[in-house]
Design a protein around this ligand. Structure first.
Ligand code: AKG
Length: 280
C-alpha cells in the first residue's frame, strides 16, 4: 500500500485498486462463481436450515460447506457465504500476496479472514445503506501511533465491469470518521445525500473499512452483478458471516487439509490451529 493509497484510505475510508486480478484469476474465479451460483440455485426451494440473528433464511450445503440465501428473481440477491469451502479455485484468494500487502497495512494485529461471500445481484436489486458514524466496536476504524487500524475491512473483487446504472458498490466518503449516525430514513442508497457510486472494470478491487457508510446502488441494467467479498479483522474476531455470526470460522476439515500453513493461519487463532493439526 503506497503513501497515496494510505492517505486516501484514511481520508475517505476506501480505495479503488485498478487491475488487481490477473487475467487467469479473472477467468477461473468468474467460472467458479457461475458454477456455484447454479449449484446454490438448484436448492433454492429447500426449506431453510438456519435463520440468522437478522432473520435471513439460509440453506446449508453440508457437503460443499456453504450457506446460501436469496433467489434468482427480479430485484433479489443471492448470497453464498463461506464459498472457500465449495471450490478450491477460490483458494487463490487465501493469502493472496497483493491482497495481504493491503490487509497488513490496515490491520495492526495478526489478521484473519472472518467473512466471505459471493454476492449475486440480479437486475432491480439494491443493497441498502448501512454503517457509517459511531458503529459497534467490531466495525470501528482507528488511527493510532501504529497507523491505520481497522477492526473490520473488506476487499471486494470485481469479475466484470460495473458501469453506472449496473448496481455499483457505493459509499459516503469519509463517513467512517463521522461522529453522528446517518439521519436519513429508508437506507435507500439511490437517494441518500452524499452517497456516490464507484464504477469499476473487470479485475479491479475495492478495499474499504466497514465503518464507512456503504451499500449498492440499484442495478438498473440487464446484467447480473457478481462480486466476491472477503473480510478481514484481528485474529480474535470470530466469524462475521451472518449465517455463522460469532461462531468459529466455518472451514471444513477437507478445506483446511488442502491449505498451506500461511493460508490456515488466516482462519484460525494459533491455539485452534494446533488442535486441527496445523504446523504454523
Ligand atoms: O456490493 C454491494 O452491493 C454491497 C456490499 C456490502 O455491503 C459489503 O460488502 O459490506
Amino acid at each position: 500500500m503506497n503513501e497515496i493509497e494510505q492517505y486516501e484510505f484514511d481520508r475517505v475510508g476506501y480505495i479503488v485498486i485498478p487491475n488487481f486480478l490477473t487475467e487467469q484469476e479473472l477467468k477461473t474465479l468468474s467460472a467458479a462463481i457461475d458454477a456455484l451460483e447454479e449449484h446454490a440455485l438448484a436448492q433454492a426451494d429447500r426449506p431453510p436450515d438456519k435463520i440468522s440473528a437478522f432473520g435471513l433464511k439460509y440453506r446449508h450445503d453440508a457437503e460443499r460447506g456453504y450457506f446460501a440465501t436469496g433467489a434468482r428473481e427480479q430485484g433479489k440477491t443471492l448470497i453464498i457465504e463461506d464459498f472457500f469451502n465449495a471450490d478450491p479455485t477460490f483458494d487463490t484468494l487465501i493469502d493472496h500476496a497483493p491482497t495481504m500487502a493491503y490487509v497488513n497495512a490496515i490491520i495492526q494485529e495478526r489478521p484473519t479472514i472472518n467473512n466471505c461471500e459471493i454476492r449475486i445481484r440480479y437486475p432491480g436489486n439494491q443493497t441498502g445503506s448501512h454503517m457509517g458514524g459511531p458503529v459497534s466496536r467490531k466495525h470501528r476504524y482507528y488511527y493510532t501511533s501504529r497507523g491505520i487500524d481497522c477492526m473490520m475491512a473488506r476487499m471486494v473483487y470485481f469479475v466484470h465491469d460495473v458501469s453506472p446504472g449496473q448496481g455499483e458498490f457505493c459509499v459516503v466518503p469519509a463517513s467512517h470518521k463521522s461522529n453522528v449516525a446517518s439521519p436519513y430514513e429508508g437506507a435507500n442508497p439511490d437517494t441518500e445525500p452524499g452517497m456516490i457510486g464507484l464504477p469499476v472494470k473487470a479485475g479491479d478491487a475495492i478495499l474499504f473499512t466497514e465503518n464507512l457508510r456503504h451499500g449498492g446502488l440499484t442495478n438498473r441494467s440487464n446484467q447480473t452483478r457478481k462480486t466476491l467479498h472477503v473480510g478481514y479483522g484481528p485474529f480474535w474476531m470470530k466469524s462475521q458471516n451472518h449465517s455463522t455470526m460469532d461462531e468459529e470460522p466455518y472451514i471444513l476439515p477437507g478445506t483446511f487439509a488442502r491449505l498451506n500453513a500461511a493460508q490456515r493461519l488466516l482462519f484460525r487463532a494459533h491455539r485452534t490451529l494446533l488442535e486441527h493439526g496445523g504446523n504454523a
